[in-house]
Write a protein that binds this ligand. Structure first.
Ligand code: PLP
Length: 385
């Protein structure tokens, strides 16, 4: 057969697939996959069902239905105090993943450099490579995963076209501080680079903190592409409804990429997400509060077992340092964990390319209490060897 596209041909089976397969094989408690196991808000589901039967099921407008675009603009005003013109500054996509693809394909030219902050969400690298750009890496290190000036200075150059920033961050559970966001802004502005802000976990920030969108960081308003996801905000990851907020010129460009990626997103889901984004503030507070309760249950369980959990400020994920258990290979550790203890986790090295950290594994705590308790029970013997 003729050779095919190298970016995809060279992609190995992901550790996510491998761990899920092993989890099924060993009948393990699966804390590997990053999705919540509850049903999601009933009223949002009801809207989707009603719209499916009563609304239009033909192609909706390419940039998204007006109700959802208006809700995205209002959301930016309600949560970040930003004035957003829904007609020129918003776009609806099929999940945050499509928004990432549209942003990268629309902004990046072969030969450009794109800064990735590792550990990073797995879609970033193949998309950047498929666009013909060269990735430059900023490698964060446990236990604090801090953005440091020297690392940014080494990664940014006059060829930097964009930086992709995930905040709150999967898999580290970090929420970057104001100082770190300002530092990023300094480098992005200095390089005249776009900032692709993957903020899918914007409503999953804990301990009374609130998310600061990169769109509202001084100097970034015109260069940030802010990406949100109904999957995370409504615990409906299968819906794949994403939304972008950015300067009109950027939305116009992203729309051109989007029109030939998916063109549009199911109209009933868009209408239901519009309803969801317009919900009372209490919905968003309860979402974070409920996830924080699950984090506390799981993290205090890990602590009680002496398993050294790292700080988790947001997202669905808690990490442990396995060096305390005498281990130094996270992937081998995860394979043994699923085979011998019946708990599936993800080795954090899978989220690295340049300088992998092999001492940390990730658990998803967005699960029912019984599932978390079952996992903790199975992890109980780990400390004894
Ligand atoms: C950091 C990050 N970005 C993007 C996505 C994908 O979001 P969506 O399902 O809306 O495409 C995920 C999903 O896990 C994620 O963790």
């Amino acid at each position: 057969m003729r050779s095919t596209n190298a970016t995809y041909a060279n992609l190995p089976t992901t550790i996510f697939e491998t761990m899920s397969r092993l989890a099924r094989h060993y009948d393990a408690v699966n804390l590997g996959q990053g999705f919540p196991d509850d049903k999601g808000p009933l009223d949002v589901l009801q809207q989707a069902a009603n719209q499916l039967l009563e609304g239009s099921n033909q192609y909706p407008p390419m940039l998204g239905i007006p109700a959802l675009r208006q809700a995205v603009a209002q959301h930016a005003q309600r949560f970040y105090g930003l004035e957003v013109d829904w007609q020129s500054e918003t776009l609806v996509t099929s999940g945050a993943t499509e928004a990432l693809a549209a942003a990268i394909f629309a902004l990046v030219e072969p030969g450009d450099e794109v800064v990735l902050i590792e550990p990073f969400y797995d879609a970033y690298l193949p998309l950047v490579q498929r666009a013909g750009a060269t990735p430059r890496f900023v490698s964060l290190k446990p236990p604090y995963w801090r953005l440091e000036r020297a690392d940014l200075a080494a990664a940014f150059s006059s060829r930097t076209k964009a930086v992709i920033v995930n905040n709150p961050m999967n898999p580290t559970g970090r929420v970057f501080s104001t100082t770190e966001l300002d530092l990023l802004a300094e480098f992005a502005t200095g390089a005249d680079a776009f900032v692709i802000a993957d903020e899918v976990y914007e409503h999953l920030v804990f301990d009374g903190a609130s998310h600061r969108s990169l769109l509202s960081v001084t100097g970034l308003r015109d260069r940030v592409i802010k990406i949100g996801s109904a999957g995370k905000t409504f615990s409906l990851t299968g819906w794949k409804v994403g939304y972008v907020t950015a300067h009109p010129t950027l939305i116009n460009l992203l729309g051109k990429a989007h029109q030939f990626l998916t063109f549009t997103t199911p109209p009933n889901l868009q209408a239901a997400v519009a309803f969801g984004l317009n919900k009372q503030i209490s919905y968003f507070k309860d979402l974070a509060g409920d996830m924080q309760r699950r984090r506390d249950r799981f993290v205090s369980g890990l602590t009680a077992l002496g398993l050294a959990p790292l700080l988790c400020e947001g997202t669905y994920f808690a990490n442990i340092d396995i060096t305390a258990l005498g281990a130094d290979d996270d992937e081998a550790f995860c394979r043994k964990l699923v085979e011998e203890r019946g708990v599936a986790a993800i080795p954090v090295s899978a989220f690295y390319r340049a300088a992998p950290v092999r001492s940390v594994i990730r658990f998803c705590f967005a699960k029912q209490d019984v599932v978390l308790d079952a996992a903790l029970e199975r992890l109980a013997s780990l400390r004894q060897g």
